[in-house]
Every structure is written in C-alpha cells, then in structure tokens.
Write a protein that binds this ligand. Structure first.
Ligand SMILES: *Cc1c(COP(=O)(O)O)cnc(C)c1O
Length: 425
C-alpha cells in the first residue's frame, strides 16, 4: 500500500518523513502528541482543484471546520483560496489569517443575529440560508444595518451520499437545507424581501464521499431548480455543490479532484449551464492527507484476550475512531526489527471507546513514536480538553523548515476563566 499522504510522506531508511523531516526527530523536538502538517501537500491538493477549474468562473471555498489552524488558513488564502465558514468564530479566525471577506461563504443551520451582523459588516460574499425563518431574520438584520444580504439557498436534494450516517447531510431525514419541493416557494419569498439579494443555490450532501455519482445526482437536482427559479423571474449567479470529497485513509479509492471537477463541468455543459459560476466547498480533501498525529508509546500491555498498546494521544486529540469507528493507518516513526504482535492502540482517557486503531501488527517498545496518518482533517479541529488533557502542539513543515504553528496547551491554563465559590476553600 502506498502511504496515504505520499509523496510528502515517505519512508527513508526506516524513518517516516514528511517533506524530508523525520517525524521521530520532530516528536523529540516538540513533544507528543504532535500534529504535523505539510504545506506542500495542502497546496498540491488545492492546485488540483484550481487546475481542473481553470478557464471557468469558479470559487473554491475551503471548509475551514476541517482544520482551522491560522497557518493552514494563511497558506491556503495566499494561494488564492476562499473559505466556507460556519460560525462567527471562524469568520474572526479567517480574517486574522489574511482571508478575504469577499471570498467567504457563510454556511450553517443555525446562525445567530450577532453572527449575521458580524458577517454583513465584514462583507462576506454570500450567506447559505437553510430555512424560511432564517431568510426573515437575515432580512431584518440586513435592513437594520441598511444593507442587503447576499443569499444562496441551501437545498436538500435528497440524495444518498453513501457515507457514514453521522456525515450524510443530503437526505430528507437530515436537519440540513430546505426540502427540494419547498425550494421554489422559498426563492419567491427571498426575492420578495427588501433586505436580501438572491445570488445562488447551494447544497452539501455529506462527507467522505468516494463516488462521483451522488454529486451528479445532486447537481441535476440543483439545475432542475435553477431552471424553475429562473423561469419564475429570479436570476441566479452561481451553483455551489458543497464539499465532501473523500480521501484514502486505507483501501478507499475516491475520485480525485480532477475527476470530480471534470464530471461536474461536463454535466453543467451538457445541461447548458456552462457559463454559470461553480462554487465548491472542499474541506477534508484539501488537508486530510496533509497531516499526521505523532504519539509516544507509554505502555505495551499484553493481555489474555487482547493486547493493548497505550499511547499518549487519545480520543480528545483525535476523535474520528471513537466517533465514527473510522479506520486510520498507524505507522511506526522508525521501523523496529523483531516480532510484531497485534495491538489495540488506545489512549489514556477513561472510556473504552478511547482507541485510535484496533488489531494493528506493530513492533513497539515504550518511548517509540507512532504516526496516525491522514489526520490533517477533523483531527485537531475536533480536539477537546476531556480528562483535563491539554491540546496537542501543531507544526507545519515545508521544504525549507519546520514552523511551530500552535503551542502545546499548558495544563494550568485550562482552568483560566473558572471561578471558585466565595467563602473558605
Ligand atoms: C463540512 C462541510 C463542508 C466540507 O466537507 P468535507 O467533507 O470536509 O469536504 C462543506 N460545506 C459544508 C456546508 C459543510 O458543512
């Protein structure tokens, strides 16, 4: 199997390297658990989308919830990327990293009035609106501010993305979007509100999608609506097909960005919508394979039924295995000779669900470093302080060097902002 993350990730004389930097050395220098990201890998993933869209009106909006580290945002913004945000906090972050408001779309099923005001003031490109009630609220907020809010309606196309139920979002049973058969009514309503400017149509059918077909089904459903909406006298500028393209964690064979975009453009052309601006909101596919989580082996614990390899990273650092039973490759940072028994690689958190990998053949000793691969998306972004565990440090590597892009949290600072009750302790 080629390493997910190649060519940035490679094994050289037994040592796992990211862009030429040995992960074992980085672990010694910065401590563990440690997230390591490859800037070249992220930029290559972005460039694949950009090349495929060359010559077409388009905007790529990185769904920053996948990995919101400032340096990640900075690197992508500098390469011309826009952003898909889901909160006021993300808006602040992306502006602090040098992102342009005019390249930001604001998604999410529950925006507060304060977030709407903040985004209007910043001048975001578009609000992806998910309900009639949200249209009314946004209209009122925009009129209070004496402006018109640019909107796109997120439609639920009712297609099955064929992914994990927690990350399928385009089915009628999901909380997301406006039902397809209510969308025309919603557009008429939006067009009647003086505080809104109708800009486009949007969907997002799920995450870790490994086929092109669900995208084409969703696009067809969107284009049916575009035609109906425009026939009713409401012109639309753009079609936003959301994000969701999967990556290879192991044996998956998702289409690459080139293949997905070519299929989408061909369908737009075939239906006579070739001139329409296409928006995409990739998250995982830009950063997922560009990152690894490095952890240290604390105690190998052979048992009667199972062997447990306890490491210093846990579900609070990387939730995907515990939350989705996700399989992620685990590789030794330095290969060790000798027998490789089968282990469940688990963290120190007090939950039986706290595991990073099950049944992995590994030759390990205490103090060895292991790397969990493809951890660049929904890794640090979903990290918590459960068990009062400080969150990991993050570094970014490229051909020139290593940059500490987030310091390791200090345990004593985790309870800053908490207050003891008055009276004797
Ligand atoms: C999460 C999300 C994305 C990105 O999904 P990926 O699977 O990471 O590509 C895009 N758009 C919206 C609205 C999302 O919620």
């Amino acid at each position: 199997m080629t390493l997910p993350g190649a060519p940035s990730l490679a094994r050289v004389r037994g040592a796992l390297q990211l862009d030429g930097h040995a992960l074992d050395d980085l672990a010694r220098r910065y401590g563990t658990p440690l997230y390591v990201y490859s800037r070249p890998s992220m930029l290559r993933a972005l460039a694949a989308y950009q090349r495929a869209l060359q010559g077409r009106r388009h905007l790529i909006c990185y769904a920053m919830k996948a990995n919101a580290n400032l340096a990640v945002l900075q690197a992508l913004a500098a390469a011309g990327c826009g952003f898909d945000i889901v909160s006021g906090g993300e808006l602040e972050r992306v502006l602090a990293a040098g992102g342009q408001a005019g390249r930001i779309v604001f998604s999410g099923v529950g925006k507060t009035r304060a977030e709407m005001r903040q985004a209007l003031l910043a001048g975001v490109r578009c609000f992806n609106v998910e309900s009639l009630a949200e249209l009314d609220t946004l209209d009122a907020v925009a009129r209070e501010q004496g402006c018109r809010a640019p909107v796109s309606l997120r439609v639920n196309p009712d297609v099955d993305a064929g992914t994990h139920p927690y990350i399928a979002t385009g089915l009628k049973a999901n909380k997301f979007g406006i039902a397809h058969d209510q969308a025309l009514h919603a557009y008429r309503h939006a067009a009647s509100l003086p505080g809104l400017r109708v800009l486009g149509i949007d969907c997002h059918i799920g995450s870790q999608i490994v086929q092109v077909a669900p995208y084409l089904d969703a696009l067809d459903r969107l284009l049916d609506l575009v035609e109906a909406v425009e026939a009713s006298g409401i012109p639309l500028q753009h079609v936003d097909v959301g994000g969701g393209l999967g990556i290879a964690y192991g044996s998956e064979q998702p289409p690459d960005a080139t293949e997905l975009v070519a299929a989408l453009l061909a369908r737009l052309d075939a239906r006579g919508h070739g001139a329409r601006e296409l928006l995409l909101e990739p998250g995982r596919s830009l950063v997922g394979n560009a990152g690894v989580l490095v952890t240290e082996v604390l105690v190998p614990k052979p048992g009667v039924h199972k062997n447990f390899c306890v490491v210093d990273a846990a579900m609070n650092d990387l939730l995907r295995p515990a939350l989705y039973e996700a399989w992620m490759a685990i590789e030794p940072c330095v290969e060790r000779a000798g027998p490789a028994p089968t282990w469940d690689v688990v963290g120190p958190v007090c939950e039986s669900g706290d595991w990073l990998g099950r049944d992995r053949a590994l030759a390990v000793q205490p103090g060895d470093h292991l790397a969990v691969l493809s951890a660049g998306a929904y890794g640090m972004a979903m990290a918590s302080n459960y068990n009062s565990r400080p969150r990991a440090a993050e570094v970014m590597v490229d051909a020139d060097g290593v940059h500490l892009v987030r310091e390791r949290e200090q345990p004593g600072r985790l309870f800053e902002g908490e207050h003891l009750l008055p009276g004797p302790p």
